[in-house]
Design a protein around this ligand. Structure first.
Ligand SMILES: [Zn+2]
Length: 97
């Protein structure tokens, strides 16, 4: 069984809290799994503004890390968060349409 709903579509639905989302998830285990993944990712980002540990061998300080990554708005950015950040950007452009 394959589903025509793309991951981008799921992101868009989750972003808008669209009624279609719950409707579709009720009938599609594939998307249910994907949506759970996406939501877990969002929660990770939202619930961890101040990570307890910095996974860098050179602990020079948060200010240096900021400049290295060029992310002025984020106090700390972990490499594994970068993918999520890209997805959020995509999410915004989808929502604008
Ligand atoms: Zn589906």
């Amino acid at each position: 069984m394959s589903c025509k709903v793309s991951k981008e579509q799921l992101w868009s639905w989750i972003d808008r809290d669209a009624p279609e989302l719950e409707e579709h998830l009720a009938t599609c285990p594939q998307c249910r799994a994907k949506a759970a993944e996406i939501r877990a990712g969002i929660e990770t980002v939202e619930s961890a503004p101040e990570p307890a540990t910095v996974p860098l061998s050179e602990k020079i300080g948060p200010y240096v890390i900021q400049r290295l990554l060029g992310k002025g708005g984020q106090p700390r950015v972990h490499p594994e968060d970068l993918q999520l950040e890209v997805d959020f950007g995509k999410l915004r452009s989808l929502g604008a349409r």
